[in-house]
Write a protein that binds this ligand. Structure first.
Ligand SMILES: [Fe+2]
Ligand SMILES: [Fe+2]
Length: 372
């Protein structure tokens, strides 16, 4: 049988009888402290997203039942990268992709691998500890796992295609156009990665809210969401379909991360009476657009069939407006139309598939998740 304490230990050749388990006699129980009989269950109305004083270990009654629903829904999109057949991708990458398409593919993976590590650290190390309602932390714990799963997925693609791992992973440090986006995210993360932040301080609270808006609305909501599109453009032409399917699963997670984060931020704004600084919001969108534009210029420096730098930037603006609407703030790029009318259909896992080429695992009702 598997040795769970040392899973790499060689298995015994013959099945020896199980060793007898000797149960030691139970020691006399220490006297317990009596619970206080006048302690009442947590009143959900007293819960707050941050700065709450209620017992963080008492899950229910919920003040934020929607957070629990997110957790239940997230568990419907349950998958691993091993579920998806990558055999055709190996052939496509080495025999069908042009040099320009390989450049796009590798740099998309390179950006995403680093970004997902960052996303995991943001939620798990900087955000979760500042939440004061457990139902929010439960979904965020799932989100931390999902970010790790996404990182595994990119690693699985990189290994399957036998790409140079050290070189791919290092690109965010040596390619300025990738580094620009990572630096912006790192700056936000560094500003909230302190456990001594006092969120009753209005400046600290405002900074935390802006960092949360950035990560949910821009980093996950726009950059991630938009970041998969170049691969979906290859998929539309029958190329790299395994990778694209992996990204479809990831995209479904990211859509939920973005909408959950936006909902949390709106709740904080309401509970703590936060007024967003209009100029700071404008700066955030402009900085995000400039970084995305530089990134698009690098990954699509030479044209590929069916996708362009202009498409990428226009789609960023279109998605940014969608996130602003969810945040209930002014749209940063009014009137911009979608550059990729095929995207929602392309990204939808429910569409017809060739079951001889891919092994699709539709868990429960995950395909019914909405794309907002
Ligand atoms: Fe992710
Ligand atoms: Fe995410």
């Amino acid at each position: 049988m598997q040795n769970w304490e040392d899973p790499f230990a060689p298995l015994p050749e013959t099945s020896a009888p199980e060793p007898k388990v000797i149960v030691p006699p139970v020691a006399a129980a220490a006297p317990m402290t009596q619970p206080l009989i006048d302690v009442k269950p947590v009143n959900p109305d007293d819960k707050r997203v941050v700065n709450g004083m209620t017992d963080i270990n008492q899950l229910a009654p919920f003040k934020y039942p929607w957070a629990w629903e997110y957790f239940l829904n997230a568990n419907k999109n349950h998958w691993t990268p091993l579920d998806i057949n990558m055999a055709q991708d190996v052939s496509d990458y080495h025999h069908k992709l042009t040099m320009e398409e390989r450049h796009v593919y590798e740099n998309v993976l390179s950006y995403l691998t680093t970004s997902d590590v960052l996303a995991m650290r943001n939620i798990g190390l900087a955000v979760m500890e500042k939440m004061s309602a457990p139902e929010l932390q439960i979904y965020q714990a799932r989100q931390v796992y999902e970010e790790a799963l996404h990182t595994w997925t990119y690693q699985h693609c990189i290994e399957t295609l036998n790409l140079d791992q050290g070189e791919i992973y290092n690109r965010y440090r040596v390619v300025p156009e990738i580094n620009g986006k990572i630096q912006i995210a790192n700056r936000r993360l560094d500003s909230i990665m302190r456990s001594d932040i006092d969120l009753t301080d209005r400046d600290e609270l405002h900074n935390f809210v802006m960092a949360y808006i950035f990560f949910a609305g821009v980093f996950e909501g726009c950059w991630f969401y938009n970041g998969f599109s170049p691969i979906f453009a290859l998929q539309r032409r029958g190329l790299m379909k395994g990778t694209a399917e992996q990204l479809q699963y990831i995209m479904r997670d990211e859509v939920m991360h973005a909408s959950f984060g936006i909902r949390v931020v709106r709740q904080i704004i309401q509970e703590e009476n936060v007024t967003l600084d209009v100029n700071e919001m404008r700066q955030m969108w402009d900085e995000a657009e400039a970084a995305e534009s530089a990134y698009a210029g690098y990954i699509m420096r030479d044209p590929i069939l069916g996708y362009s730098k202009e498409d990428h930037v226009q789609q960023f603006r279109y998605i940014a407006n969608r996130r602003a609407k969810q945040l209930k703030v002014a749209q940063p790029f009014p009137g911009v139309e979608s550059a990729l009318p095929w995207l929602d259909e392309q990204a939808n896992l429910r569409k017809e598939k060739n079951f001889f080429e891919t092994r699709v695992t539709e868990y429960q009702t995950g395909g019914a998740l909405s794309w907002d």
